[in-house]
Design a protein around this ligand. Sequence first.
Ligand SMILES: [Zn+2]
Length: 334
Amino acid sequence: MRKTFLLPLILLIFLLSGCGSSSGKNSADVEQKPSSSNVETSVANFKSDLKITMLNVGQGDSFLIQTSTQNILIDTSDKDERQKLEYELNKAGVTVFDKIILTHPHADHIGGIELLLTDSKYTVKEVFDNGIASTSRLYINYMKSLKDRGIKHSTLTAGDVVDFGGDVKFEVLYPPKDLVNSVNDGNQKTDPNNESIVGRLHYKDFTMMFTGDAELKVESEIWADNDEKKLKSKILKAGHHGSRTSSSENFVRVVNPECVLISAGEPGIRGGNTYGHPHVESLQNYLDADIDSQNILWSWKNGTVTIETDGKNFSVTPEKKEDWVQAWIDNKKK
Ligand SMILES: [Zn+2]
């Protein structure tokens, strides 16, 4: 009796899931064996206490993390995508942010912070950035709003660990403190992408690598400076919107994700994704690392993507199920 009730539910979960893991299998393994009693039990008992959402915010990044005690946002997408950010947050029913992390001050990452700091429907308790100033108007307004509203402002560098509540931790891997000091002292100038806050979220056995727009140079520094075990992650947030400037073969291999999330907007739109993200080279590196194409999810193709985990099993559910990778590669190679 119990089994006949559970089966349709389980099939539904598989239909909705782009990727996920029960007992360490990827979804391709799981889908081929829907009648495995091991998988059924595991999925039936699955009770999520951490939810991570790749918000569908066009050309930019914004990830919402909901633990049992806190709401955290990593990046706020672009200024021109504010309506999308507002819509997505409304859909998630979140107006209070315990923490907001801004990976670096480019417009497609800090563009929405002004809205969150100034619109009275939102409450922001603390904002983190890498401590490197920018001369852009967006950045200056952001600093002014923080000060005017007396919002706590903290900086993050490699080695810091941020408590996201409910046993969820965010371990900062980049930038190193001496890089931040040297840029602030005017002794060094690097691309803001390569000053991005990179960090690994962990909750029990679940891990996710957040990369901002960090490029190949940073990926190899992180690889050189850390034990490979500290980098291995179930999910990889593709660096720099899936650009070929990031997602090196080595980094992808070491992180060894089961699933890759790419936040990038509609291709060819002026002021948006004119870069052709995600690039074929990055996609090829994911495929070469044995990541199933249906576990490579792009916000423009797959919409909002929701990850749920109990710290052991996890599911990744795209709003739209579309296996677009090979067609996109073939089209680009024409
Ligand atoms: Zn970016």
